[in-house]
Write a protein that binds this ligand. Structure first.
Ligand code: SF4
Ligand code: MG
Length: 327
């Protein structure tokens, strides 16, 4: 229940109320150091917004954001900026996040020089070393983004993020635009960097296959709310929330992955005007009266496994597992 959310918030938690964009609503999500948390949901569910708030790119209008025990939202601006450098974001489309008029040297070296982390004359050596680390030829230092392939550009984006020595990396659909074989290479690079540098990841994706491959913990978001979070093993072995169960019964094959991700029956309601009570009730096969009226709270249903569904309070009704649906 709530105690669990509080325990989590000690390490890294975000309890947010986004009244401006209405994209994320009273979120508690905690990530332990060295952990990879996969954040999954359909497009428009608010997962990118949550990632941007965590990276300090978007302000939260209420609530607190904790990082390594400090409430970042309460720090003076300059100090908050320095702390936030330790969180870096890697986006889906490196072409639009890399300045086409700048060389790789400038793109990767800019932030560490600007923040006084490395003297300007040492930037070429530092950038060359980073390029080598992410699998790029360091002699390409003076080249421009358009001279690289999609996968190489994503490696440049990773080098740029690493340049400010982050401890927390937020990947927002970072491999979604890449071919499957390149995806695997980039995912392996993420895992190597995690081992070497002790990184922590929030891995935002609509792709449960990718998330399964990479995550220690999985969190599911639906219309601005976390509806379930569990250690990856428990998540895939014993999913609890009806939305999760529906997602898992429809995990697309690799061939289908490029389809629009909308595997659950029914239209996704507008996040601006979400349904009353449980946001999932119009699409939920188990919905009953209470679901339309009352918001279900996140409850701990097993150690480290939280879920927000009224069925967890009415044990008479069992939630169908994917196996039961198919047999
Ligand atoms: Fe379905 Fe009700 Fe549970 Fe929401 S609270 S997921 S509508 S059973
Ligand atoms: Mg997004």
């Amino acid at each position: 229940g709530l105690d669990y959310a509080e325990k989590l918030a000690r390490m890294f938690g975000a309890k947010l109320e986004e009244r401006v964009v209405h994209a994320v609503d009273d979120i508690s999500l905690a990530i332990n150091p060295g952990e990879v948390v996969g954040l999954v949901g359909e497009s428009g569910c608010g997962k990118s917004t949550l990632g941007r708030i965590m990276a300090g790119i978007l302000p939260q209008s209420a609530g607190t954001l904790h990082w390594e025990g400090k409430d970042i939202s309460a720090l003076p601006r300059q100090e908050a900026k320095a702390v936030r450098l330790t969180s870096q974001m890697i986006f889906q489309d490196p072409m639009s996040s890399l300045n086409p008029r700048k060389t790789i040297l400038d793109i990767v070296g800019e932030a560490p020089v600007a923040h006084g982390m490395v003297p300007k004359r040492q930037a070429p050596d530092m950038v060359a070393a980073l390029m080598e680390r992410v699998g790029l030829d360091p002699s390409y230092l003076k080249r421009y983004p358009h001279q690289f392939s999609g996968g190489q550009r994503q490696r440049i984006g990773i080098a740029r993020a690493l340049a400010v020595k982050p401890r927390f990396i937020i990947c927002d659909e970072s491999v979604s635009a890449l071919d499957v074989s390149i995806q695997a290479q980039i995912l392996n690079l993420f895992m190597e960097l995690k081992q070497e540098l002790g990184l922590t990841y929030l891995f935002i994706s609509h792709d449960l296959g990718v998330v399964k491959h990479i995550s220690d913990r999985v969190a599911i978001m639906y219309l601005g709310r976390i509806v379930e979070s569990a250690p990856a093993d428990a998540f895939f072995a014993a999913p609890n929330h009806p939305y999760t169960v529906a997602l898992l019964s429809e995990v697309p094959t690799i061939k289908q992955r490029r389809r629009q991700f909308n595997p659950v029956k029914g239209e996704i309601p507008s996040p601006l005007h979400p349904p009353s009570g449980c946001h999932f009730h119009p699409r939920c096969p188990h919905a009953f009266d209470r679901c339309r009226m009352e918001r279900p709270l996140l409850r701990e249903i097993a150690p480290g496994h939280i879920s927000a569904c009224h069925l967890n309070e009415t044990p008479v009704l069992a939630i169908a597992r994917p196996a039961e649906i198919t047999t």
